[in-house]
Design a binder for this molecule. Structure first.
Ligand SMILES: [Ca+2]
Ligand SMILES: [Ca+2]
Ligand SMILES: [Ca+2]
Ligand SMILES: [Ca+2]
Length: 396
């Protein structure tokens, strides 16, 4: 009797109460867009570890897969036919990484920085897989660890709502002439641009979906910034003005959107940043594309009129070193670059003309506190500057 009781107590204890692994340093979220419901299972024979998760929901083939946390892509394998098939690994620092396997499409490249909640691929059944699902691992160094999401250990076999709910910081002259207003792009099934207004609730403009990437510019040339998005899978920009929506197809699925008034006529054009070659590809109104190389694969592209001459210039931000590299072209057509160190590692870059002197300034947004820091100076590369901090948007 005693023995039987002891067994009954010991067996479940061994299975269920293995102490939860320590929380990883990285704040992971479920690798699907905000609000979606997914079931994550495993099994004792799961390779390479029963700590890996197989994610499913009904009719999930080609559903978007998004980054569980920000990081740098260390593997983007879009053509594998064995094992993990088409897969992605993202390095989150400190030896922590995540792996996403059996994807159909891969929409990132090796070396690229990815933000939390941005799309990295689509769910599939490539490689050693018997049906569509996302195989997902959280790793410490080379070991798969027990998965954590939203600050809690994952209950294997459970169904969860994704809390991978992300604001992307932006700025622009949405309301009137310079100075620029702060804004965020809130990723959701129907995403929202939320534009700060003094002493009033934010203005909300609905455009795009969870996995579209925001891009803003003056699409109609009236001096006011308009919202836009780019859908990675279709390479399509959707630009919104008072007259309606305009679409432009440009680049490939792994490109990131940018915009600027490349020719200085007051109407903004679109472009893309190609991480693999550190190349900006700027589209003119007639559809021709000009290119310029700046920065490295792990940088984040930014555009602004750094010298105030009416044409938009190029720049990049290196999140690891908190350094902007800003490029301008002089009257003789020579390109010059200058570095500006601003923000903290991991901050996201935001640019805007904070003081209304027609030269675009640099700034950053700290995702942990939803705080914009505006660097105010006579020009963005001037050594003397003041900093204004403003909270706007939802902290992660
Ligand atoms: Ca406009
Ligand atoms: Ca133009
Ligand atoms: Ca310029
Ligand atoms: Ca300025």
């Amino acid at each position: 009797m005693l023995g039987a009781t002891g067994l009954a107590l010991v067996c479940p204890t061994l299975v269920l109460a293995a102490p939860a692994g320590a929380a990883p340093d990285t704040a992971y979220e479920v690798p699907f867009p905000c609000g979606q419901t997914w079931t994550g299972t495993t099994r004792s024979s799961h390779s390479p570890s029963s700590r890996a998760i197989d994610w499913n929901r009904t009719d999930d083939v080609d559903d978007p897969v998004v980054a569980a946390a920000p990081g740098v892509v260390t593997t983007a394998a879009p053509t594998g036919t064995s094992g993990y098939g088409h897969y992605v690994v993202i390095d989150h620092g400190g030896g922590e990484s995540t792996l996403y396997a059996h994807l159909n499409d891969v929409v990132v490249v090796t070396g690229q920085s990815v933000d939390q909640g941005s799309q990295i691929g689509t769910l599939g059944s490539t490689g050693n897989s018997t049906g569509p699902h996302l195989h997902f691992e959280e790793r410490q160094d080379r070991s798969v660890i027990e998965a954590w999401f939203h600050g809690a250990p994952f209950v294997y076999g459970s169904t969860v709502d994704s809390q991978n709910c992300v604001d992307v910081p932006l700025a622009g002259n949405f309301a009137g002439d310079a100075p620029a207003e702060l804004a965020v792009y809130r990723r959701a099934d129907t995403s929202e641009f939320r534009i700060q207004r003094p002493r009033a609730k934010p203005r909300v403009v609905r455009l795009g979906t969870s996995t579209d990437d925001p891009v803003v510019g003056d699409w109609d040339g009236d001096g006011l910034t308009n919202p836009g998005v780019r859908t990675p899978s279709t390479k399509t920009f959707t630009l919104k003005t008072g007259a309606g929506l305009t679409t432009v197809v440009l680049g490939n699925a792994t490109d990131e959107p940018v915009a600027g008034d490349w020719d200085g006529d007051g109407l903004w054009e679109v472009g893309v940043w190609r991480a693999k070659t550190a190349q900006f590809r700027m589209r003119a109104a007639d559809g021709t594309v000009s290119t310029a190389v700046l920065g490295d694969a792990d940088d984040v592209p930014v555009t602004g009129d750094w010298d105030g001459n009416g044409t938009t210039d190029l720049g990049v931000y290196d999140q690891a070193t908190a350094t902007f590299t800003l490029r301008r072209v002089d009257d003789d057509g020579l390109a010059w670059t200058a570095d500006v160190v601003f923000g903290e590692p991991g901050d996201l870059p935001v640019v805007g003309d904070w003081d209304g002197n027609l030269r675009t300034d640099v700034g950053v947004w700290d995702p942990a506190t939803a705080t914009f820091s505006e660097r105010r100076a006579t020009s963005p590369t001037a050594a003397r500057a003041t900093v204004q901090d403003l909270r706007f948007g939802r902290a992660r």
